[in-house]
Design a protein around this ligand. Sequence first.
Ligand SMILES: [Zn+2]
Length: 115
Amino acid sequence: MEAMVERIFPNWSRTLGAMARRPLHVRSRCVGCGIQLRVDATELCAVHGPSATLIDRIDRCAVVGCDGAIYYEVSLPFRQSWIRLVNKPALNELIETEAATPVTAPLIRDRRACP
Ligand SMILES: [Zn+2]
């Protein structure tokens, strides 16, 4: 039997309702293409309800042509570190070993500048 280690997430990151009440940053990251997108926690709270959580939530990537899966990360303003909202050990291992390199707008701009 696999040992289950429960990660501890801050209270403000456990539900969409708690996240919507705080000024924080939420982003999605695609395992397939690496694209990171800003996420509006208030908007997701309106769609899924205040008791819904992003912890271990996997959605489809919204990038055209990508069939990858996205997971979520959260950070408080003015903090450099992001908390990966993934608790399942198998999912964390998959992300660590298989996930594409994170892609941000400056990286895309730099790629375009190369011949
Ligand atoms: Zn993708």
